[in-house]
Design a protein around this ligand. Structure first.
Ligand SMILES: *Cc1c(COP(=O)(O)O)cnc(C)c1O
Length: 373
């Protein structure tokens, strides 16, 4: 049995008529830049997440760079974040001339360890970028408390966390991305809500920040040909918006299916002593964008699964403090032991709403077979 790590084709076949209608309808209506397709989808994201404003942009990466720019993460400032993430979570800081300052991660959530943030705050610190990875959010209660006491801006890298909700000590569940000053979603094809190409969204509850984000995505123009800032050309593509508008209708089903698959994995793998499954920590509602295990002899297991035609992935094999592009920050191996250890053991198993239970059973049996060898 062949099990792909990710495939968009099953979903396309299931909803072919709707997708075709969305894409062809756009072509029949003509070319559209930031037109109805985009505003409709922005409305849907606002409605789903509860954010006051949603601004469609070209990708999650662009959203992070623009949000960092607007929040003043610039030359001479420092921004605290985690080294265990995708490059874009930190390159957005460096691209604007600010200095990324890393803090090790929490063993369970794989997000920044909020208990270690305050010791890294200096007179130059202006912000924190928490990153909600894989299935759960970081401790937003602690992070928002630190931010308010030290007057720091919070940019939530919510690229992977569409639909995740945090309650913490609060009275309601709040969506990832809607707690800090800005949140940024990615609709990269593999993400929980994925397009058929690059797409992203900035969300905020702040009138002024929303206005700036709208201006920054069109070259810094407050009105056509009136440039108040040096901005970007980073609009959400109408074709992707039309596709996403179809998919967001089914987002709750997709999240439930991911949850069902995650439960099945947990059930079948719980008695395997060579594997640890990260626990969900804190009062929150997870969304399984990625299903990770921490595996002994990870690289051998990954080869074995590949030989058995099972796709897996490793997020992230090298923490950012050990990447060549960040050599200038002066970090070395051993600086962030939790991130480094997790990078050596973590492995993502196939999970998507259309994966069958037989396929999941096969993945689990093959893993167990490997450890019995
Ligand atoms: C996917 C991702 C991004 C980048 O999003 P793109 O839409 O691919 O540019 C940023 N941060 C994290 C944590 C991601 O997983």
């Amino acid at each position: 049995m062949k099990v792909k790590f990710f495939t968009p084709t099953r979903e396309y076949q299931e909803k072919k008529l709707e997708f075709d209608k969305a894409v062809l309808g756009l072509m029949e209506r003509g070319v559209s830049m930031l037109g109805k397709e985009v505003t409709d989808f922005e409305e849907s994201v606002k409605e789903f997440t509860g954010a006051k404003y949603a601004i469609g942009v070209a990708s999650g990466t662009d959203g992070l760079v623009m949000a960092s720019d607007i929040l003043g993460f610039k030359e001479g400032t420092e921004v605290i974040t985690s080294p265990f993430t995708f490059l874009a979570s930190s390159s957005c800081i460096a691209k604007n001339g600010a200095k990324p300052v890393f803090v090790d991660i929490d063993e369970e959530t794989f997000s920044i360890d909020a208990t270690k943030i305050e010791e890294k705050i200096t007179k130059d610190t202006v912000g924190i970028i928490p990153i909600h990875l894989f299935s759960q959010m970081g401790d937003m209660d602690k992070i928002m408390d630190i931010a308010s006491r030290h007057n720091l801006r919070v940019l939530e890298d919510s690229a992977e966390s569409f639909g995740m909700r945090w309650k913490g000590n609060g009275s309601d569940y709040k969506h990832a991305g809607t707690i800090g000053d800005f949140g940024v979603f990615s609709f990269f094809p593999t993400k929980t809500l994925g397009a058929y190409g690059d797409a992203g969204m900035i969300v905020t509850n702040d009138d002024n920040l929303a206005n700036l984000a709208k201006i920054y995505r069109v070259h810094g123009a407050s009105r056509k040909y009136h440039y108040d800032f040096i901005g970007y050309n980073s609009r959400l593509d109408s074709m992707q918006a039309a596709i996403l508008q179809v998919k967001i209708k089914y987002i709750n089903d997709a999240i439930e299916n991911r949850d069902r698959i995650a439960k099945l994995y947990k059930d079948r793998l719980q008695d395997c002593e060579f594997i640890k499954i990260p626990a969900i920590k804190g009062n929150q509602k997870p969304v399984y964008y990625v299903f990770n295990i921490l595996a002994e002899r990870r690289d051998e297991l990954s080869e074995y699964l590949k030989a058995n035609e099972i796709g897996t992935s490793i997020y992230y094999p090298i923490p950012l403090h050990l990447q060549k592009c960040f050599e200038y920050l002066g970090y070395k191996k051993g600086d962030f032991p939790v991130a480094e250890r997790i990078a050596e053991n973590v492995m993502a198993l196939p999970i998507y709403p259309e994966i069958t239970e037989e396929e999941v059973e096969f993945v689990c049996e093959t893993i167990k077979k490997f450890y019995k060898k």
